[in-house]
Design a protein around this ligand. Structure first.
Ligand SMILES: Cc1ncc(COP(=O)(O)O)c(C=O)c1O
Length: 393
């Protein structure tokens, strides 16, 4: 079993820090911000409430499920109730429960390449085979690409929009095309909507809003991790047809019993706070522009402006060629050792000519990180970028 390469970068950065090195990380797949004080207060109140000290229900707190159902109803424009929702230990666990419910040994599941390795990992964990589907020049999957990889064993497709690491947002016509293909070939769709609040183009749509007829074959996955800076709290969910929810509930009941009640209460408070994700999206949008501009100022780097998400995903092949590096793993190792800056090599996502750079960090961190990048790699004057960032605040 191989570990996720993203964690390998984090581990190396941590080891350097332990030696006293001032490492800055743009490698994390999470917001740098702390969880809001309001959510923390709700959790403290929950800790003090003896009701949270005892067992709860396997499916999850009905009040939380009702709020999730309302959010999914809003996103899909289809009616969902608390019964249609299973609470999980984060979106990753929700994806795990979904694949455990759907997949028999040897079933194939299509995943985007480049794409988040967690999608392939949950498929493998369920005894299935993850089949990478090449994305187009905007990192979107298409019905044509899916069909090229379809076999009689194809059971499902998993994709996220906005995506990680690409930021790709699939516009409605593309979602309809994918949905038609899935419908035609009786393939399930697992829609990982964990980044849905971070859409900078205004084009995000749930696939079920684009194609409501797909409901009986669609699993919607979400969570509070990214939108509410709550990765450590481990609360996510799936909304799905009854047979999937029944399977997920049984799995939870037989394994973890239920998601810790205090954490569910924190998620409940988060879902009542619509301001935090909007504010975060506004900040990320600004930081995205600054980071992308700085990256494009470095010779050998070509960085598209991502439509959504929390990451820039530049093409660094020019840089690799100029410096004689074999791949972006070498570049990332060099940056960590020389500039004390952590980024994720593209190899982690099936894209060896790219790196993933997170912009969900505060302004100070971004300014320092860009300065280190430019000092290490680029001719662009650091002061210019610092001034631009300060002016944009
Ligand atoms: C596309 C995608 N889905 C799911 C997750 C996992 O989210 P959670 O922390 O809620 O398990 C991540 C985390 O990086 C992700 O990038």
């Amino acid at each position: 079993m191989t570990d996720n390469p993203i964690f390998a970068v984090a581990a190396r950065a941590q080891a350097l820090r332990a030696q006293g090195v001032d490492v800055i990380t743009l490698a994390a797949g999470e917001p740098q911000a702390a969880t809001s004080a309001m959510v923390v207060e709700a959790a403290v109140d929950a800790v003090r409430d003896p009701a949270t000290h005892h067992y709860g229900t396997a499916q999850g707190d009905p009040a939380l499920r009702a709020l999730v159902a309302a959010a999914v109803t809003d996103g899909t424009q289809l009616p969902w109730s608390a019964d249609d929702v299973q609470v999980a230990l984060g979106a990753k666990h929700a994806l795990f429960l979904a694949t455990q419910a759907l997949i028999d040994a040897g079933d194939e599941v299509l995943v985007a390449a480049p794409g988040w390795p967690g999608h392939a990992e949950v498929v493998t964990a369920a005894g299935g085979v993850a089949v990478p589907v090449p994305t187009d020049d905007q990192f979107r999957i298409s019905a044509e690409a899916l069909d090229n990889r379809r076999t009689p064993r194809t059971r499902a497709v998993i994709f996220s929009s906005p995506g990680n690491p690409t930021g790709a947002v699939h516009p409605e016509p593309r979602l309809r095309q994918i949905a038609d293909w899935a419908q035609r070939h009786r393939v399930w769709v697992i829609s990982d909507d964990i980044y849905q609040a971070f859409d900078y183009t205004g084009t995000y749509r749930s696939i079920l809003r684009a194609a409501p007829q797909l409901r009986a074959r669609t699993i919607v996955v979400g969570g509070v991790s990214k939108e509410h800076a709550m990765t450590g709290w481990r609360v996510g969910w799936l909304a799905a047809p009854p047979e999937i929810i029944a399977s997920a509930r049984l799995h939870v009941s037989r394994t973890i019993t239920h998601v810790p009640t205090v954490n569910q209460r924190a998620a409940l408070a988060a879902l009542g706070d619509t301001g935090t994700p909007v504010e975060a999206a506004r900040d990320y949008r600004r930081r995205r522009a600054l980071l992308v501009e700085a990256l494009n100022g470095i010779a050998g780097i070509d960085c598209p402006l991502p439509d959504g998400g929390m990451f820039a995903f530049p093409d660094v092949t020019g840089l690799l060629r100029d410096r004689g590096w074999a791949g972006s793993t070498e570049l990332a190792a060099w940056l960590l050792d020389i500039a004390h800056l952590a980024v994720v090599p593209g190899e982690a996502f099936n894209a060896p000519g790219r790196i993933r750079v997170c912009f969900a960090v505060d302004d100070e961190t971004l300014i320092t990180a860009i300065g280190r990048l430019q000092t290490a790699l680029g001719p662009t004057a650091h002061e210019t970028t610092v001034r631009q960032i300060e002016e944009a605040r």
